[in-house]
Design a protein around this ligand. Structure first.
Ligand SMILES: [Mn+2]
Length: 438
């Protein structure tokens, strides 16, 4: 399943409607990045640029121009020209003809002509929409264009009078997923679930964390995917380092391992965390903490419903986690007061979820004015409570120290309640132990 040019065109149609008549929207893709010396990171187009164009090559800028009310808008793509020698070294380019024939541009230009051609397009437009603050170099170029356009005032031309943050519009479009986007996210979720299942089946005491990571990468790679973010594979107390990505220690018998890893399929991300015992069997302490996190996660998923505000699942999770910590004696006092004073932050110091889409921490406002916004159908959010007992936390009994647990799934908000896209990988103690027993 892939998006077609008709899908990208539909998005441009909608954007053209949003920006109104006699306006111009300019959006650039990401620059290529060096990893070291002259070796590049594998290129990945900017999500919002790709969302509107389906164009994955570097060095490209898309321009949407609207004219008088009722007139058709125009879509121009500035891109690299075809170049036989460069293509022998670095691969195929669509070029100017391809931009029009394959990518449906009304006009196409060599990227080298951008500074020159853009001035005519800017002249006498009412509003300029662009992504202010994404790239300092590009911001400076846009400023120069405005200056150049304004220099034509005596000849009757002027730069747009208003400049508007384009991200606000695109982010809102991206936040609510279409049926096809959900299909892609379901595929990404299924592949990631398969990878986690393989990891549970492959882990053994004394295995290196990176070797377990390789089991995940094998499933991603053979399905044409890349990791959507740096994988976290943390054994034992490494699970208490929230962004642990070194993944270079041996996994120990008797420890848990926390894996936060998932793939990106056709530019759409998934995001899964599972925590399971290296030797296939939870200890009583691990099991006790795990079941609190699982209860919190299930309740938070159930709270991810149309009309509930963004933070509500977090509030639900926090209450259950706090109650559990009191029941086990890691916290003491009145549960409501411990929630109020945020005492739980000693063991749960992050949020319960974030938007998910083309970017793993996807775009879209979390608040409307002062208030958390309400869930709407088509939004996808992660639900990922956890508990982390620091290895040197002397306020708790030694048996709890160094245990870190997170359980994360991806949830689509629907008219019929929450739909878990990542349900294909098990998460109860019994299911995990059974799977790991083979
Ligand atoms: Mn996440």
């Amino acid at each position: 399943m892939k998006l077609s040019q008709a899908d990208f065109k539909q998005r441009r149609n909608l954007l053209a409607q949003h920006i109104g008549s006699n306006s111009i929207a300019i959006i650039a893709t990401r620059a290529e990045m060096y990893r070291n010396r002259d070796a590049d990171y594998k290129y990945r187009a900017d999500s919002s640029f790709y969302y509107l164009t389906g164009f994955a090559e570097p060095e490209a800028v898309a321009v949407i121009e609207t004219f008088a009310e009722g007139e058709e808008y125009s879509y121009s793509l500035f891109c690299r020209e075809r170049n036989r020698e460069m293509e022998i070294w670095n691969g195929y380019r669509a070029g100017i003809d391809g931009a029009i024939e394959i990518y449906d541009a009304d006009e196409a230009y060599a990227i080298d002509l951008l500074d020159e051609e853009i001035i005519d397009k800017l002249l006498n437009k009412q509003r300029l929409y662009y992504r202010i603050g994404q790239n300092a170099e590009f911001d400076a170029r846009v400023s120069q264009w405005i200056q150049k356009a304004d220099a034509q005032q005596r000849r009757g031309g002027a730069a747009p009078a208003e400049m508007i943050q384009l991200d606000r519009i695109i982010d809102e479009m991206r936040l609510k997923k279409s049926a096809k986007e959900i299909e892609l996210m379901q595929i990404a979720s299924n592949i990631s679930a398969e990878a986690h299942t393989r990891a549970m089946q492959s882990v053994k005491p004394e295995m290196m964390e990176y070797a377990l990571e390789a089991e995940l990468n094998y499933i991603f790679g053979k399905n044409g995917c890349v990791p959507a973010y740096n994988s976290i594979v943390g054994g034992g107390e490494n699970a208490c380092i929230l962004h642990y990505v070194e993944n270079n220690k041996p996994l120990k018998d008797g420890d848990l391992v926390l894996i936060d890893a998932a793939c990106e399929y056709e530019f759409y991300a998934s995001d899964i965390t599972r925590t399971f015992p290296v030797n296939g069997k939870f200890s009583p302490e691990q099991k006790a903490l795990y079941n609190i996190v699982l209860d919190a996660q299930l309740a938070a998923i159930d709270a991810t419903r149309i009309g509930n505000h963004y933070k509500y699942p977090h509030e639900v999770a926090v209450k259950i986690l706090t109650q559990g910590l009191v029941d086990l004696g890691l916290l003491s006092g009145n549960v409501d007061e411990l929630v109020e004073s945020e005492a739980f932050r000693q063991f749960f110091m992050h949020g319960t979820g974030h938007w998910l889409g083309m970017d793993v921490h996807d775009v879209g406002a979390y608040k409307h004015g002062e208030d958390w916004r309400a869930y709407e159908a088509g939004m996808v959010v992660t639900v990922e409570p956890g508990l982390y007992v620091a290895p040197d936390d002397e306020t708790v009994d030694a048996k709890w120290r160094g245990i870190g647990i997170r359980i994360e799934d991806d949830v689509l908000v629907t008219e019929n309640g929450p739909l878990v896209l990542t349900k294909n990988v098990v998460k109860t103690v019994e299911e995990i132990e059974q799977l790991m027993a083979g």
